[in-house]
Design a protein around this ligand. Structure first.
Ligand SMILES: Nc1ncnc2c1ncn2[C@@H]1O[C@H](COP(=O)(O)OP(=O)(O)OP(=O)(O)O)[C@@H](O)[C@H]1O
Ligand code: SF4
Ligand SMILES: [Mg+2]
Length: 343
């Protein structure tokens, strides 16, 4: 069910039928509406989708910052909902999250060193006498000088602060790192260096990573597999190479076609796929397939019946998971009409 990949490394994260609904004035926001996802040891899975599709809500449920309305998060085979507060606190060293805004996880009044030392002390990772030395090592690991430990967060640049929050998140040696738009708040010029750093750290330390972003080029650079979200649901999970070669879900197709290409010539020649309307509200999601009001291929079945996320085998030999009535088991589907053909 949740795991349809051919990856035989142990599963670090298994998310089963995860739901988060918020009761608000005037109704219910269906932020996450039945999500299944697996991440294996040492794997980076990218989670991509438009603003409001539910990416951060999944990330926060994965690291137990918020409670699911239904469903389960398992980390290293342990179901989070069944843990007592005490055991959860002990297990916290196994997973961590970095946010877009590093300020939110670092106390502005404390030094950089004290921010990184905190998880080392809480989880008793090293003896007290060794904490300072370990803080210096961690700073070097994220490309900062050891004397940064004595400085205050406001004295650092955005890129340096994000490096500090990575050092802090990785201090306890987690098996799983959730990175929620870690580079979106940074200047374009430093985004690449922070992405490089995450890639290098992941190679050296081997943690699994859920990398959340709406930036497709960042996702393409980092992720082994990519999950595409639309309005609270995952609509496709594919190997990175397969997704960029041939997205199966019509929404994934449209999303990729809308992303700017590095090559301006390719950009001009690319066929544009028309996308009707705005992303609907998660307070009142469309019936059946959530994408049907905007999908150029929608049929009556799409309006009435939600497609399940199911496994198909591509001609690459790899499998994908896709939730679309029109994708056949061999990974084929009718092409989308291009703008020129419609106009
Ligand atoms: N505490 C809350 N109460 C009510 N609605 C919420 C709450 N938190 C999130 N939502 C709603 O849930 C939906 C999903 O939000 P979420 O932050 O997960 O989206 P996202 O994909 O991370 O978007 P972005 O790309 O803008 O970060 C949105 O419609 C949001 O308004
Ligand atoms: S299920 Fe139907 S509406 Fe949904 S993406 Fe597939 S073709 Fe489009
Ligand atoms: Mg978000």
């Amino acid at each position: 069910m949740a795991d349809n990949t051919t990856d035989d490394r142990p599963e670090v994260l298994v998310v089963r039928d995860l739901v988060k609904h918020y009761r608000v004035h005037g109704g219910t926001v269906r932020s996450v509406d039945g999500v299944n996802l697996t991440i294996h040891r040492g794997e980076i899975v990218g989670l991509v989708g438009e603003s409001g599709s539910g990416k951060s809500t999944i990330g926060k449920m994965v690291v137990s910052l918020i409670k699911p309305t239904a469903g389960e998060v398992e980390i290293d085979g342990v179901a989070m909902s069944k843990l007592s507060r005490r055991r959860l606190r002990r297990l916290r060293k196994r997973f961590n999250i970095v946010f877009q805004d590093p300020g939110s996880s670092i106390n502005p009044r404390g030094t950089v060193g004290s921010a990184i030392a905190e998880p080392l002390r809480i989880h008793r990772i090293v003896p007290s006498a060794k904490v300072e030395e370990r803080v210096h090592e961690l700073l070097e690991q994220v490309g900062l000088r050891p004397d940064t430990a004595a400085r205050f967060p406001h004295e650092l640049s955005g890129g340096q602060r994000q490096r500090v929050s990575l050092a802090r998140a990785l201090a306890a040696g987690p098996d799983l790192l959730v990175a929620d738009e870690p580079t979106s708040a940074l200047d374009v010029s430093v985004q690449a260096s922070v992405l490089n750093l995450i890639a290098d750290l992941q190679k050296d330390l081997g943690f699994a990573c859920l990398f959340i972003s709406h930036d497709l080029s960042a996702i393409e650079y980092l992720a082994d597999r990519i999950a595409v979200m639309y309005l609270g649901r995952i609509v496709e999970v594919s190997d990175r190479r397969d997704l960029f070669e041939r997205p199966l879900h019509p929404y994934a197709d449209v999303l990729l076609a809308a992303a700017p290409l590095a090559d301006p010539v390719e950009q001009r020649e690319r066929e544009r796929i028309p996308l009707r309307g705005e992303i609907p509200s998660p307070m009142d999601p469309p019936s059946g397939c959530h994408f049907h009001p905007r999908c150029p291929l929608a049929t009556e079945l799409c309006r009435t019946t939600a497609p399940e996320l199911r496994t198909v085998t591509r001609d690459s030999g790899r499998t994908s998971e896709v939730a679309c009535h029109l994708v056949a088991d061999d990974g084929t589907r009718p092409p989308l009409p291009v703008a020129s053909a419609v106009a």
